[in-house]
Design a protein around this ligand. Structure first.
Ligand SMILES: [Zn+2]
Length: 380
């Protein structure tokens, strides 16, 4: 077994489930088992590293590999957390290897990518410093829920000529994605007995009108906000809650809104733009919005030509061909790019297997990713 696959198995055997907001999730949650494993590895390899506390049981771990002084420096970033393993149909932490696939929670998203980065980092460590670029390997927490790990990383002074963020891209180089804003909207009313509904104000009816207006706003967005590479901006209502029982006219109703944002839009003004539209359609009474609980900036595709060229050359060397594209989902890359570091997203595995009941990754792709990353950082 190659080092990248051995490392992958060790990572999958250590649960690092993100509790996704759950109050007391129990054992197997948070990233500390993986963080401790990574720390042990870095000690054994005798590399300089730091452990950055983000929250209880949640530490980023950042390792430094100095290279040739005049060579460019790069960040390799991967998240330690996975989505929860509930309702998986394969053993989530056994790291079972079958027919070239390694199964388990996080195998694809993104322990395969993390293992490839670790293996390439270790291989570069055995090269003389004069033959390699400087690499900062950042293993962060909480990518799957609120992105606090990468935000803590980006808040420190960071200097690099570019960053590769691991996600399952099937070894395609991803240069752009949309941003995400999620927030909550409430309607209010007045409760009364449902036999005399005319005496109350029904907050669910009110929300019905709000939702119909959001649906027409969505249609407007899809025709007026377009990006040549990423397609249209979108908005979606994903959850609704309201009312107590059938015999009470409800006095409150709440929805969760998900808005996908294009690079030229401003994250901060997205909820206010919807509010303006709703006021115009429905008036300002009886509804209000909360501040967003999640904001992930979009990843713009400009300004990273040299990074893409360097990675493309390494990919071509190993695979013989290169694909460059975009993805519909949000990643840590845009938060790093927002502090001035050009970023691409790249890694083994197919996003179609991420978060699934039988998550797996093609181990050959993990090995190829390790090979590509090694060549990316090697000076010729
Ligand atoms: Zn991921």
């Amino acid at each position: 077994m190659t080092e990248s696959v051995e490392l992958l198995a060790e990572l999958v055997k250590r649960p690092s489930q993100n509790p996704m907001g759950l109050a007391s999730p129990g054992p197997g949650f948070f990233e500390s088992a993986v963080t401790d494993f990574l720390e042990g590895l870095l000690r054994q390899w005798d590399v300089h590293y730091e452990r950055q506390s983000v929250a209880p049981q949640r530490d980023n771990i950042v390792a430094y590999l100095p290279g040739e002084a005049s060579a460019p420096s790069f960040i390799w970033e991967a998240h330690q957390d996975t989505v929860p393993a509930v309702s998986m149909t394969v053993e989530p932490f056994a790291a079972q290897l079958k027919n070239g696939r390694l199964y388990g929670r996080g195998a694809c998203d993104v322990k395969g990518g993390l293992a490839a980065m670790l293996a390439a980092f270790h291989r570069l460590l055995r090269e003389p410093a004069s033959r390699r670029c400087s690499i900062t390997l950042a293993c962060v927490v909480d990518e799957e829920y609120t992105f606090t790990g990468v935000r803590a990383l980006a808040a420190k002074p960071l200097r690099a000529d570019g960053a590769i963020v691991a996600e399952p891209t099937s070894l395609h180089i991803i240069t752009a994605h949309k941003g995400i804003v999620r927030w909550r909207l409430h309607t209010s009313g007045r409760s009364c007995h449902s036999s005399r509904p005319e005496l109350g104000i029904n907050a669910i009816y009110r929300m019905g009108r709000v939702i119909a207006a959001i649906e027409s706003y969505a249609a407007w967005l899809s025709t007026t906000r377009q990006d040549a590479v990423l397609g249209p901006a979108t908005i979606s209502v994903g959850r609704i809650e309201g009312g107590v029982s059938a015999n009470i006219v409800p006095d409150s109703c709440t929805i969760d809104i998900d808005r996908r944002v294009l690079p030229r839009e401003k994250l901060e003004t997205v909820p206010a733009e919807l509010a303006e539209y709703l006021v115009h359609r429905l008036g300002a009474e009886g509804w209000r919005q909360e501040a967003p609980w999640m904001q992930v900036p979009p990843l713009a595709h400009e300004g990273k030509e040299r990074l893409v060229a360097r990675l493309a050359e390494a990919v071509r060397q190993v695979l013989g061909q290169v694909e460059v594209g975009t993805v519909p989902y949000g990643t840590d890359a845009s938060t790093l790019q927002a502090v001035g570091i050009p970023c691409v997203v790249f890694g083994p595995g197919d996003i179609a297997q991420a978060h699934t009941a039988e998550e797996w990754v093609d181990v050959h792709q993990v090995e190829q990713a390790a090979e590509i990353l090694y060549h990316f950082a090697l000076l010729r």
